[in-house]
Ligand binder design. Structure first.
Ligand code: NAP
Length: 216
């Protein structure tokens, strides 16, 4: 059993990870600026408040954890500041010997081996470009982090998010940095199945200091 802290644990991806980690009996702590409504709380989870733009909240989030999963999004007050927040978490994680996972975007994948990451091209719709580039910058910085930081960065499928929650199938596939698709040519994954992949990675680390992707 591990102590898993999910930063952004009340958001779309974060709440699915919190739910799955608690279901498997881990000690789970969620951090967000506001508490979830009573009916959105997962039993047994400790809900803490604090902004990851504040050093004292980051310290509370990292200390005592085995793994911190950052499921923040570069929206609202984190638009333009996600890199600062995730890098500060990374520095603390390295200092405290804590593993750090970051939930990023599909656009940090390549469409084929050797191609640039999608976020580094003009192929992203303008409405996603800012978010995609900010999360891709987080990946770039993680790739440059020296040992001993133990990190992973996860790119969900193209169709993933609050707009397309999908259903729990109990399955998923993982890839490296090249996007992959199902038999219908779709890249999708539900929140619940994405969370399976994250908690599996926490329980059995297979992507150390690496990016991986999750889709059906
Ligand atoms: N297909 C794709 O590639 C795809 C689709 C969707 C999402 N994503 C990625 O997945 C990640 C998570 O996105 P999401 O949609 O799950 O996010 P989300 O639903 O917007 O959730 C964000 C979470 O962060 C918390 N938060 C916001 N500002 C904070 C702060 N300053 N300090 C602490 N907590 C803060 C929010 O709660 P409070 O507001 O109460 O603080 C919430 O719990 C992002 O990297 C996003 O780009 C990728």
């Amino acid at each position: 059993m591990s102590t898993i802290t999910v930063v952004g644990g009340t958001g779309y991806a974060g709440s699915a990870i919190v739910r799955e980690a608690a279901r498997r009996g881990h000690d789970v702590v969620s951090f967000s600026r506001t508490l979830p409504a009573d009916d959105a709380r997962v039993e047994g989870v400790r809900y803490e408040t604090g902004s990851m733009l504040e050093a004292e909240a980051r310290l509370r989030a990292v200390s005592g954890s085995d793994v911190v999963v950052s499921s923040l999004s570069p929206r609202g007050e984190l638009d333009g500041k996600i890199l600062e927040a995730d890098l500060a978490l990374a520095a603390l994680a390295a200092e405290h010997g804590v593993r750090l996972g970051v939930v990023g975007g599909f656009s940090s994948l390549r469409l084929e081996e050797g191609a640039p990451r999608i976020a580094e091209t003009d192929a992203i719709p303008a409405e996603y470009a800012g978010e995609a580039r900010q999360m891709n910058a987080v990946l770039g910085e993680l790739l440059a982090q020296p040992e001993p930081l133990d990190w992973f960065f996860v790119s969900p499928a193209e169709q993933f998010g609050a707009y397309a929650p999908g259903e729990a199938r109990g399955e998923y596939r993982t890839g490296a940095d090249v996007a992959f698709y199902d038999a219908d040519g779709t890249s999708a994954v539900s929140g619940a199945d994405f969370a399976l992949a994250i908690v599996d990675e926490v329980e059995t680390p297979t992507h150390r200091r690496a990016q991986f992707s999750v889709a059906y």
